[in-house]
Ligand binder design. Sequence first.
Ligand SMILES: [Zn+2]
Length: 341
Amino acid sequence: MKRAKLYKNARRSVIATLGISCILVASSGHTQDSNSDTEEWLKNNSSGKSEAWRDSWPEVEQLKTVKVSQNIHLVHGVGGTVAVYAAAEGTLLVDSGHFRVLESRLYPAVNDIAKDKPVRYIVNTHGHGDHGAGNTHYIGLGAVAISHSSVPNEYTNAPPHYPSLPPEGLPAITFNDKMTLYFDERIEMVHVPYGHSKGDIVVYFNEQNVMHTGDIFIKSGYVSVAGMYKNPKGSTLGLIEAQKIALAFGDENTKYITGHSRGVVVGREELERDHQMLVTVVGRIKKGIEAGKTLEQIKATKPTREFDSAYVWPGMTAERTVENYYYGIVGDPPPSKRRFM
Ligand SMILES: [Zn+2]
């Protein structure tokens, strides 16, 4: 059965080098972030709104480590979920955390799991700052970061509530469509359509049967569409397609780590449910648009009604979710409706 799955995935994937372009990044010595730098940055860069948003995350003060499979753990705290894959040849991280928790929590947690195996690779699922803040630290220690080709630019031009990554923290290897890394096992990285962001990829560990979905899925939460951009036309439907690709990879035994996992690993059934919720909500909004309704009229129909109790979170209230998906269908929200998420 495992062989059959591998073969199925092999047919779907194109081997690494086809889509790769390399960006040479000047190397630097070890760079140590510090809490005082973080506090200084917060003072100078946080608007009241973004700070309230950030502090409202319920898991800010917690960090959880969960064993997912033989060689993979997830580390979850504020910001994106980090997957730590400890292989015989070294350690690979999928994403590298949020700047607020690096020194105090993420690095010690990774050390506990990786033991004496150095971090050799970081795979960034996308270019949002809560998924790549630890890059600089690990690259300084000899790791190589890999991502979709749009990600270095996104990390360089971060929105107000995340610090931009310096050049030495950017991915050195980028690809456009697909890439396969053989690092003790076959690890497939696949770019998915423009939904949550321009550079979303899903990362699949074939032998462990584990997938990190990045932010195209959030455990028990509405996913934002094109969060840092102008909601280009089609991004809402892009998110639906992106989720379909993630679901197509696995089987009934696949374990999924979502971009913000609440410290929980989910199975396919649960992701299918989240996907159906998205399809239902977007279907209602789309129908309203096709009937010539305005955004306000569509909001009044409460397209998210039966899902709100389970899926609302501080960054995506019911109202913001409808606005976000609406503009991801019609395109280009007015400046007052653009969100940094
Ligand atoms: Zn994101």
